[in-house]
Design a binder for this molecule. Sequence first.
Ligand code: UDP
Length: 494
Amino acid sequence: MAERKENLVLFPFMAQGHIIPFLALARYLEQRTNYTITFVNTPLNIKKLRSSLPPNSSISLVEIPFCNSDHGLPSNNENTNALPYHLVIRLLEASTSLKPAFKKLIENLIEEQHGQPPLCIIADIFFGWTASLAKELNVFHAIFSGAGGYGLACYYSLWVNLPHRKVDSDLFSLPDFPEASSIHITQLPTNIREADGTDSWSVFQKQNLSGWMNSDGILFNTVEELDHTGLLYFSRTLGRPAWPIGPVLLSMESRVLAGKGGIGRELCIEWLSTKPLNSVLYVSFGSMNTISASQMMQLAMGLESSGRNFVWVVRPPIGFEVNSEFKTKEWLPEGFEERIKDSGRGLLVHNWAPQLEILTHKSVSAFLTHCGWNSVLEALNHGVPMIGWPMAAEQFFNVKLLEEKLGVCVEVARGKSCEVRHEDIAAKIELVMGETSGRGKDMRRQARQLMEIIRNAMKEEDGFKGSSVEAMEDFFSTAMTRREKTEMEKKIAA
Ligand code: UDP
């Protein structure tokens, strides 16, 4: 009889920052294990994903029905990538309506496998509801966090405790995460700052996070050696294992997943190749965020006066549709585009750039980033120090970790409405890229050291196993033990 293949079900939230690490995990598992992988999402996302996988991939892409217009969302849009930020919560709320279809899908898989459930459901941090469903169907369940342990620990603690609501001061600490020391009110994402326990975000998170208690553990796209404190927070708060299995990174697929606009890989590499070693600053705020019109103006002036080469992924400022026509004459200082083009100093990319290829390029030496965790991992994996400008979610705490604990980042601004001065931007660029500051040299050295640590975590050779390889093995052995226990119980009951 042919050996039955174990099935793993992966189910990310419909956002590029979530789908990308899930796809990276799927590819990683496909290449290193003998499991069947079922990747679940809504029809439009699956359609895009089909063109992202190589033809010989064995990952099974499965769509479940979703009608965005039923939820007051623009039609033809099932991804935060092309959604104004204020509608993200609507998409999150709408995602809970996927429950009956997801349940049916798992039941069908069990039936196809003659009663054997998938080895594990690996679901998004926003899909807490999948954990109780897994319990009901007797399937091992893990959450996969594309966010790091420390950042997510702060974020989780803030939602659960809303500590800023209980103090008069702008500075406060997290009652169950003292390791994070003090947090300033300006480090809170807008939705948490405004949360009072009854607003849409609070209601969603309350349900979502309580769902985590039904899960069997959390997989983190992070590395034990740099994120120990955050991982510890989850193992003690949830009483479940936290497995640091990263970084799992996606290479060329992220380009195919891109939205409209952007620039070809070749053009970008060609431009970078004309620049000297370690001379270029890469500027990008991820797949969802943008800055205000006045911040954009200051950033342009700061980049120009820094005298450094740069690649800047420009998205229309707040108030404009993501795919709206580029009014660079209006949004940027007069003559800016012509000057940077004529001097060859800067490359403006609209909306989407081949980020991994850029960060890998030898001419790039620093990254001005919103510090989304995928961007952080991609930078660290290539030894690139960061200038942090957090915008939302746990990004503020990623910057805190990177600056205070790891020494590879300097913060330049906070949020999408803060006042930012071009002189400060230029000064921070000089600090990180220049030769005069000892701190800049330390940051660059530290980034190279972290690169070694991170790469080692994923290594498996000559009897050596990195920490992430071991964590992955532990995860699978826990899932397998659970499977054997369930089968034994079934036999006894029969
Ligand atoms: N990304 C990209 N090109 C862009 C913007 C983003 O390839 O122009 C990719 C980036 O490499 C990363 C992901 O999109 O893998 C963004 O994830 P992150 O966690 O950094 O931020 P988010 O978009 O979730 O805020």
